[in-house]
Design a protein around this ligand. Structure first.
Ligand code: PBG
Length: 335
């Protein structure tokens, strides 16, 4: 048997050579922090299935948003949890509704120091928990929902959002929202389209985060977990309709989709490490089964390697703090 002629291990022999040939790293500015603001809270409340993630009061929201931005986080994505819900999600378009108030407070505090984003979807605001309004037969009515999305977009733009994240998977939503914004002069408000969004079990803890009372499931509008190709069709549509950025969601179970979308997309691509992914890591780490820092950093780096420019993650603020302090020697490969 002859000795190997080619030795890939040569490029792994020392930290210096590994650093020299490293293809991807993490940067706080690539991370986007999803945040929840809940109406009628006296004090921030931890979400049981997402240890360490809070439903904020308006005050604690602003403080946590400021802290994240000071640590270098690239953007904030806000979700609202209203006290009362109804069939059409009235709270979503009320300028005094919890999400729009939260946006206004964050914008007043942070100005242009961050990219302030808003989840544009009705499910947090509807009593049936669906992402749109229902027709008489109980089906989610695509085109009637677009009318509500247009109104919601304007409310969020008026509240000070820099970028809106339509996450309802309605056909034509990007074009409808773009048109509504432009007609009112909000031509600089961007659209971060949830382009490939799957009907996923990994959104489970999010339901608790927004006190959702979903009846049924989302399989008539979110994508089938078995399919990759339709993500590229959704990408083509969202780009043609005017999306400024596109997103793949959930993250780790759909890295193949992320890679395909990243290779095909003419606009920047984001990945969303969703509530269930967070819960999974936290649960395993609570048992001591995974090394928490390494696991978190490795999971985020995977999105960058697969082609994501930005990563939405509940770890954004914490990881930004780690990066700001400087990673210890044994974690140097991540930044
Ligand atoms: C819809 C929306 C959801 C998430 C983000 N936007 C829930 C859903 O579509 O069921 C999930 C985020 C997460 O699980 O972390 N407004």
């Amino acid at each position: 048997m002859s000795d190997p002629l080619i030795r890939p291990r040569r490029l792994r022999t020392t930290g210096a050579v590994r650093s020299l040939v490293r293809e991807n790293t993490l940067r706080a500015g690539d991370l986007i922090l999803p945040m929840f603001v809940r109406e009628g809270l006296d004090a921030p409340r931890e979400i049981a299935s997402m240890p360490g993630v809070l439903q904020h009061t308006e005050d604690s929201l602003v403080a946590a948003g400021r802290e994240a931005v000071d640590r270098g986080v690239g953007g904030l994505m806000l979700f609202g949890v209203p006290e009362t819900k109804d069939a059409v999600g009235s709270g979503a378009t009320d300028p005094d509704g919890v999400l729009n108030r939260g946006l206004a407070s964050l914008r007043a505090e942070l100005g242009e120091a961050t990219v302030l984003m808003a989840d544009l979807c009705l499910d947090e605001f509807t009593d049936h928990g669906h992402c749109g309004v229902l027709d008489d037969s109980g089906r989610v009515d695509n085109d009637a929902t677009l009318v509500r999305y247009r109104e919601m977009a304007l409310a969020q733009a008026r509240a000070g959002a820099h970028m809106l994240g339509p996450s309802g998977m309605m056909d034509g939503q990007i074009a409808a929202i773009r048109d509504a914004l432009d007609a009112e002069g909000f031509t600089d408000v961007g659209l971060f389209a949830y382009t490939a969004k799957y009907a996923s079990a990994f959104f489970g803890p999010f339901r608790e985060a927004v006190d959702s009372s979903l009846q049924g499931d989302r399989r008539t509008y979110q994508q089938d977990p078995a399919n990759g190709r339709e993500a590229l069709r959704e990408l083509a549509l969202d780009v043609a309709e005017g999306a400024d950025l596109v997103m793949v969601k959930p993250g780790l179970p759909y890295l193949d989709v992320l890679r395909d979308v990243a290779q095909a997309s003419p606009v920047p691509v984001g990945a969303y490490q969703v509530s269930g992914e967070y819960a999974m890591i936290e649960a395993a780490c609570a048992h001591g089964w995974l090394d928490r820092e390494r696991t978190v950093l490795e999971s985020l780096l995977a999105f960058r390697r697969a082609g994501a420019t930005s990563v939405l993650t509940y770890y954004a603020s914490e990881v930004a703090l780690w990066l700001q302090r400087g990673l210890p020697e044994h974690l140097r490969e991540f930044a």
